[in-house]
Design a protein around this ligand. Sequence first.
Ligand code: T1G
Length: 707
Amino acid sequence: MAEDALVRFENLGGIGVITIDNPPVNALSPGVPEGIVEAVERGNADPTIKAMVLIGAGRSFIAGADIRQFGTRRPPPVPGTRTHEVLDASAKPVVAAIHGYALGGGLEIALASHYRVAVPSAKVGLPEVLIGILPGSGGTQRLPRLIGPKAAMEMIVSGRHVPAEEAKGLGIIDELVAESADLRQAAIAMARCVADTRPLPRIRDRDDRLADSKTEPGLFDAMRKSIARRARNQKAPYHCIAAVEAACSMPFDEGTQRERELFDELENSAEARALRYAFFAEREVAKLPDIPRETPLRPIETAAIVGAGTMGGGIAMSFAEFGFPVKLLEVSQEALDRGLQRIRSNYETSVRRGSLTEAEMERRLKLIEPVRSFDDIARCDVVVEAVFERIPVKEEVFKKLDEVMKPGALLYTNTSGIDIDIMANATKRPQDVAGTHFFAPANVMKLFEVVKGTKSAPDTLATGMALGRKIGKISAMAGNGDGFVANRSRGPFGIEMNIMIEEGALPEQVDKVMVDFGYPIGPFATADLSGLDIGYDSRQRRTAENPNYRKMPIADLLVESGRLGQKTGAGWFRYEKGDRTPHPDPKVARMIKEKAKELGIEQRSFSDEEILHRLLFASVNEACKILEEGKAYRASDIDVMWLNGFGFPRYRGGLMYWADGIGVPEVYRQIAAWHQRYGERWAPALLLRQLAETGTPLREAKPGRAM
Ligand code: T1G
């Protein structure tokens, strides 16, 4: 086999070492499964070979099937020739040596092998459900036989990546070797040990663990019930359960056949196509057309946050979660104590819920160092400013940072809409300033918007993008401007939801439409959760800056009547003490009716479709204006922002992808009609009209100018 072959075979003293070499993650692209089959058959045919080792070159074992192949025409596999079938039929033992990732088809190949050895940093999983399908190479039949149906179902329905140590505990991994050890040598040694072991331990032959389903017959229905809320409108999670159920009620080959049928039902589903789009969109967003990939990044070992408010605290928690020592600066001791207390109680809530261990909480708290003086942060590599959204306060902070921070330190601001150049111009080093916009709650939401200032240096921006990934976020680049990209594109959604209330829709109807559409909670309940006074303050500020700013008389009335949302037990909805469930409130319906009458607005009923389209088309139109102005690189970046910043249902792909599903000409036609009916706020974006005229989908829209 040639040196650059995708799969190489070496005979090392009677052990056939099979190396998969398909960078960057050894996906099972065309040629790889065939190469593995050829190698295993060669090993079995060669009398000098006693056993074999399967190992991945580079940074990973095998990250699964090549996702780019899904949805394309492929000849149906010839029975008995698939990798896992050839491994099953192997007369000689095969040891899978796992480092990096063994995911999807990669873990299935390891499960079809006879032994599995791994390094502790490895991760294994069957994440197919995350791209709208299910394991299609025997994973739903072998994993339950190995670790029991309950644990297998949990892994397959969640799609989570399981750390090697936990996988060892579950029985997936037979042996862990020290991280520093030579995995290849360790696997070869194991292969020598088991070379004469017979019969070979084939998982397909086991059914002892399947008995668990007999002792807990309600297992599968219980799982269906437990996922009902988060898996609504989706098929893949339920097909995963059905496949594991088949494993517990059918012989192996029939179960594998059933798995294949269920897989084929999903491969080209709308859900799977949308989730594949989202997968690649989240990879594409990291590519910066105007900043060279090889731009050297500035080192970031230590961080500082200025401001220990809700956002500042959440940002500090994000850094601590990923092991960064972080200094948290507040001018007053009282504010600092309040900020630290909020962080501790957030952690305590997670410990109570079991999503964090006490030890991990203490580890993270130790990484967060409260400080009171700017001098205490001067040596940090990066500082994120998270103080009040007031220009004079921001300018003051950046003037101070400019005075004290070491040369080369990165000066980021977490502003959610103030012009980045205002902060940059308050310093003599605007090239080191950029926006790093977190979304509330900052320690939870994955979106991290990196915002360009006019003078932000390429390495300041590239390092910002990399920093986001280092603290577990999805980084997306945005051009400077009011609301940058994410909030600006969401703005019209917020305006339409308030206007429809004036025209007769009720908060509970709007929220039901969006929850049925797939949002975790509705927009009015979300507003109640974050506090109606926040929106009220921002409207007051904006109206002061621009008297023509669209007023929200009903939302203002709620706040002026003391209804601030969950924190006051009443907002758009009312809340029982200690309960976050939103309950429709007749008082609000009355306030809306009376205010509309006072404003002379005639009220009417709304169809669910009109509500959905008015909210989302308004944002599609704004997103097109953003692209026209070159404030975003691509439409799919905006989709990544909506998926990771606003809870847009992932199995719908994102705002622009969803609108493409309806069709640009239809979206344009509707917006143009609303322009006639409702006026300027619905003026169609030029780009949208052009795309409609040329029949070009939104996801192929090119930005109107460079960012
Ligand atoms: N197929 C094709 N390309 C892939 C890929 C895959 N499975 N995995 C990664 N890539 C590309 C990715 O697009 C990017 O490309 C580069 O590799 C680096 O990825 C039969 C049916 C492994 C955890 O779902 O979760 O097996 O942008 O930036 O952050 O039953 O990639 O550089 O051009 O994400 O270090 C199941 C998918 C498939 C795993 C690494 N497997 N991959 O994360 O790097 S279905 C998966 C990941 C299946 C079987 C079924 C992650 C990763 P580019 P990256 P990373």
